[in-house]
Design a protein. Structure first.
Length: 128
């Protein structure tokens, strides 16, 4: 599976995370927002679509950071990670998910899907 992931940082240097809903795989775990890349789109197009669908924001500018892979028990995922530099709108959970601006030092107090730590490492390098 291929997915695009967006890293959003606010003026307090907090990162936006969202909580998976009970009906999703890995329910009730936190993650960076994003989603599946559809067959007819590239990773950037998927990023823009997913941010609009999930958070109600329009991506105005984003920087590609890296591609990561993670093997779960029954599948593996390829993650295209972007730093969203500019967007319009106010991020909010449009699919029933909670969203939260979280300082990096608080990540250890939340339960994240396993691949999130790889993405956090890339994000920390990009925003430090």
């Amino acid at each position: 599976m291929k997915v695009s992931i967006g890293i959003l940082v606010n003026s307090d240097n907090e990162l936006l995370v969202s909580k998976r809903t009970p009906r999703q795989l890995s329910p009730n775990l936190w993650e960076f927002p994003g989603g599946k890349i559809e067959p007819a789109e590239d990773a950037y197009e998927a990023l823009c679509r997913e941010m609009q669908e999930e958070l109600g924001i329009v991506v105005l500018d984003a920087t590609y950071l890296d591609v990561l892979t993670h093997a779960f028990d029954h599948y593996s995922v390829t993650m295209y990670v972007y730093l969203i530099n500019r967007f319009s709108g106010i991020p909010q959970g449009r699919e029933g998910q909670d969203v939260l601006w979280l300082p990096r030092e608080q990540f250890e107090h939340y339960n994240f899907i396993p691949s999130t730590h790889q993405v956090l490492t890339i994000a920390a390098q990009a925003i430090s």
